[in-house]
Design a protein around this ligand. Structure first.
Ligand code: IPD
Ligand code: CA
Ligand code: CA
Length: 256
């Protein structure tokens, strides 16, 4: 099933890459939440493939929501973000990815995040580690927050979240650097591969984080909520790190 997910993400990524820079139709889901025709084409492709190969499995996909009605009800749920980084994509900023994860009875079994611009395929299977283009990856070994490069994301309703500004201010005063790249799935993949030492964001959805959180765990990192409690893809917020800077990040998130 990992091979299936890898193949599907690569082909969906090709759909995105082909249309990149040529987007004509952009509609708005919310005040600043965009959906492009590429989101929809990628999602249609992924759903069709899952239905062909695993007709009994359920699907939770960003643009079409849950589809586990009738005979498709199953313990397996494919959790799909057909284009993570839509705002980047719509502006021609080449940072976006396809994210596909498979959940079985509440546990994520596998996850893949594919960046078609760099041809980087991050994959993880529970208990079997994480890879980038087939090579084993591990989180970084940075121990001090002041040597750490962190990443965050601004949720679409950031304008209504006062605490976000406090967290952001506190991190830029304590970390070596803070980035905001606009694709939570890739941000987590970058923590897994040691490019970022930590990531925090609230207001995310299951399809943003299902694959990426498994990548971080399987690469030796730690994923919790802001208080260090067990992470659930159905309950934002997410704090992901190499494990070594985790407690320090929790202290910053709790600081006034
Ligand atoms: C968004 C991206 C972004 C994050 C937002 C997400 P989308 O997903 O992951 O980095 O800050 O909260 O909703 O809409 O581009 O699929
Ligand atoms: Ca997303
Ligand atoms: Ca999306």
């Amino acid at each position: 099933m990992l091979d299936f997910a890898v193949q599907t993400a690569r082909e969906a990524g090709r759909i995105l890459a082909e249309r990149f820079g040529r987007i004509t139709e952009v509609s708005h889901k919310g005040e600043i939440d965009l959906v492009t025709e590429a989101d929809l084409a990628s999602e249609r492709f992924i759903i069709e493939r899952i239905r062909n190969y695993y007709p009994r499995h359920a699907i939770l996909a960003e643009e079409s929501g849950p589809s586990d009605a009738g005979e498709r009800r199953s313990d397996y749920v494919w959790i799909v973000d057909p284009l993570d980084g839509t705002t980047n994509y719509a502006h021609g900023y080449p940072v976006f990815a396809v994210s596909i994860a498979l959940e079985h009875q509440g546990e994520i079994l596998l996850g893949v995040v594919y960046d078609p611009m760099r041809d980087e395929l991050f994959a993880a299977e529970r208990g079997a580690g994480a890879t980038l283009n087939g090579r084993r990856i591990r989180v970084s070994d940075v121990e001090d927050l002041n040597k750490a490069m962190l990443c965050t994301g601004f949720p679409y309703d950031v304008r209504e979240r006062g605490e976000f500004v406090r967290h952001f201010r506190n991190f830029i005063m304590t970390a070596q650097a803070v980035r905001r790249d606009g694709s939570a799935a890739l941000d987590l993949a970058y923590v897994a591969s040691g490019r970022f030492d930590g990531f925090w964001e609230e207001g995310l959805n299951p399809w943003d984080v299902a694959a990426g959180a498994l990548l971080v765990e399987e690469a030796g990192g730690r994923v919790t909520d802001y208080q260090g409690r067990p992470f659930s893809i159905y309950r934002a917020p997410v704090l992901a790190s190499n494990g070594l800077v985790h407690e320090a990040m929790m202290r910053v998130l709790a600081a006034p």
